[in-house]
Design a protein around this ligand. Structure first.
Ligand SMILES: Nc1ncnc2c1ncn2[C@@H]1O[C@H](COP(=O)(O)OP(=O)(O)OP(=O)(O)O)[C@@H](O)[C@H]1O
Ligand SMILES: N[C@@H](Cc1ccc(O)cc1)C(=O)O
Length: 348
């Protein structure tokens, strides 16, 4: 697979396609001249994802991490920002609590396949309290209206009303891209408004507009409303046991035949999380997905592409109960190796 395909596979969108093509062309050129993955190279291309530290990684977080693994393969240097100050500004706990969970999160990324030697882990507080950063932040504050900052936070902010800290948050996220010297900012689709704000405002303080890549979102498991998240709803975490995975997947929202479920009466959009997890998390890792079925119900179903599975689901050939039991099995096999490693590390 060439650099462009590695960068863009399983992405929901890139902003802009031309800019990504330029990054890919540069990586290809460096690879053919033999100067590919030297870390610390000032000419190297760098990508990052930022996470508010939370107790345990969930499968939604892994979409960004898997993208970073693709980008490493394409020859990019990758950075994971453990955004402790951002989590604090977003009301996620005391600073001490957040710091502790940041260490746990780093351990988990490594257990789940990010090569420690080739991944730079950075805590936000390591550079966000510097004088230059603070002055740049104030300069961005002068360039941004409160309503724009508020809109950027509409899918990220916790709590009912926006606090001043949450208006500062997206401006700091924009500045991080500059201070970490990032060529490609990666995040889930709910980060796009912050990234658009960064593209619009960074040039006004003489920094470049960042190139961005957004990964799809996995919905909350039991209702299909909103995104799966660490702080609320039913979430498949990377530390769940086999039984926990089975129970959660069994209770997942997965109406028979409904690929695009109707919105609720309150007009909230709904998705089918079982299908989403197959599409974004399982199919990218397996050449073939087998749904086991007793012979009296027609025997096993085999799929080598998500589109085949979804078409059988829509026609009724694939029943939700069979889809769920297959999903639980595949999830467990993807989660097991890291779960074991973490247990060993913790002496369990
Ligand atoms: N359900 C999800 N599906 C896909 N990506 C996700 C999901 N949840 C979080 N991410 C991605 O993980 C990164 C970090 O998100 P974040 O720290 O807000 O996770 P979270 O679980 O929503 O946390 P919290 O609920 O505490 O806000 C972002 O790039 C985000 O897009
Ligand atoms: N906004 C991200 C966290 C983040 C913070 C700072 C960044 O520079 C990047 C990402 C989230 O919703 O979790």
């Amino acid at each position: 697979m060439d650099a462009h395909d590695l960068i863009t596979r399983n992405a929901a969108e890139v902003v802009t396609e031309e800019e990504v093509e330029e990054i890919a062309a540069d990586l290809e050129e460096r690879s053919s001249s033999g100067s590919r993955t030297q870390s610390g190279d000032p000419e190297g291309k760098r990508a990052y994802v930022g996470y508010e530290p939370s107790g345990v990684l969930h499968i939604g977080h892994m979409l960004g991490a898997n993208k970073l693994i693709d980008l490493q393969e394409a020859g990019m240097e990758v950075v994971i920002l453990l955004a402790d100050v951002h989590a604090y500004l977003n009301g996620k706990g005391t600073f001490e609590e957040i710091r502790e969970t940041a260490t746990r999160m780093q351990e988990q990324f490594v257990a789940y396949g990010l090569d420690e030697e080739r991944t730079e882990f950075v805590l936000g507080s390591e550079f966000q309290f510097g004088e230059e950063y603070t002055l740049d932040l104030h300069a961005l504050e002068l360039e941004t209206t409160l309503s724009r900052a508020e809109r950027a936070m509409s899918e990220i902010g916790s709590g009912d009303s926006v606090t001043v800290s949450q208006a500062v948050y997206p401006l700091m996220q924009a500045l991080d891209i500059e201070y970490l010297d990032i060529d490609l900012a990666v995040g889930g689709m709910e980060q796009r408004k912050v990234h658009m704000l960064a593209r619009d405002t960074l040039p006004s303080i003489d920094y470049e507009a960042p190139t961005c890549l957004h990964t799809p979102l996995i919905s909350e498991l039991s209702t299909g409303i909103g995104k799966m998240s660490s702080s609320s709803g039913v979430t498949i975490s990377m530390e769940d046991s086999t039984e926990e995975i089975e129970d959660k997947v069994n209770g997942a929202f997965c109406p028979a035949g409904e690929v695009d479920p109707e919105p609720t009466e309150e007009d909230e959009a709904r998705n089918n999380p079982v299908l989403e997890i197959f599409e974004y998390f399982v199919f990218p890792r397996f050449d073939e997905v087998v749904v086991a079925r007793p012979d009296e119900y027609g025997g096993d179903l085999r799929y080598d592409a998500y589109e085949q599975l979804v078409s059988d689901f829509a026609s009724g050939e694939l029943h939700p109960a069979d889809a769920k039991s297959a999903l639980a099995r595949y999830l467990d096999s993807l989660i097991e190796p890291g779960r074991e490693k973490l247990m060993e590390q913790r002496g369990g």
